[in-house]
Design a binder for this molecule. Structure first.
Ligand SMILES: Cc1cc2nc3c(=O)[nH]c(=O)nc-3n(C[C@H](O)[C@H](O)[C@H](O)COP(=O)(O)O)c2cc1C
Length: 213
């Protein structure tokens, strides 16, 4: 079976999406042709787009941006549509693994609906996937084996997903939150991640508390 795994994170270095997809990769049995593709912000050539629709299975991995799909992913799936439309009946199954910054993986449900509608529009099968919350904790805890740390339910779900992918069968959409107290994650993410990131990007205390609307 030919499987393409597309990482839609816009980060140039390590991404939470990439860490999850690495875990998924090692779960596939040998004998499949597996191609990993880092989308980044680059423009895909028509050859690359044509190549994507030649796979039996497409797995989209990406972070949630503003409750939906990051612009680079959106652009790619819009461009891909014409390649599906020009082709013969497609026997392709599409899965998605979406991670988001807030605690609850359920936040990804709108992005899942977008992917699901897109699959219907393109005439390909939607195979479900995983919506994982507290995405930035994945990078912060990556030294802990996935099957024993706060993401052990993610580890188990990836195993089940890999089995379904190998059979091209439908997987339910699993929305996951970590085994970690929500209030602690809120405090930790604010003070150890988001605020330092804001200061690094030249924002000050006032900017951080400013209401946009
Ligand atoms: C521009 C932008 C918009 C985001 N929007 C949301 C959002 O709507 N909901 C959410 O839970 N997380 C949101 N996040 C957080 C990311 O989904 C989260 O940090 C994710 O783990 C990043 O994944 P990556 O490392 O694979 O890029 C946003 C992040 C950025 C940079």
């Amino acid at each position: 079976m030919k499987i393409i795994i597309i990482n839609g994170s816009q980060k140039t270095g390590e991404s939470n999406t990439g860490i999850i997809l690495d875990e998924l990769n090692i779960l596939f049995k040998s004998g499949h042709e597996i191609v990993n593709y880092k989308l980044g912000t680059k423009q895909l050539s028509s050859e690359e787009l044509k190549n994507i629709v030649s796979f039996d299975v497409i797995i989209f991995g990406f972070p949630l941006f503003n409750d939906s799909i990051p612009s680079n992913m959106l652009k790619m799936i819009i461009e891909l549509e014409s390649y599906f439309a020009n082709g013969k009946p497609k026997n392709i199954t599409v899965y998605a693994i979406i991670n988001n910054g807030f605690y609850e993986g359920k936040q990804t449900h709108i992005a899942f609906e977008v992917i699901q509608n897109w699959c219907e529009h393109c005439g390909v099968k939607f195979g479900g996937g995983i919506g994982q919350g507290a995405g930035e904790m994945i990078g912060a805890t990556k030294s802990i084996p996935i099957d024993s740390g706060p993401f052990r339910n993610l580890g188990r779900s990836l195993e089940l997903l890999a089995n379904k992918v190998e059979l091209k069968e439908t997987f339910e959409i699993k929305y996951l939150s970590p085994y970690f107290p929500r209030f602690l994650w809120e405090l930790m993410s604010k003070y150890t991640f988001w605020h330092p990131l804001a200061y690094k990007n030249k924002l000050n205390k006032k900017d951080i508390v400013k209401k946009i609307v």
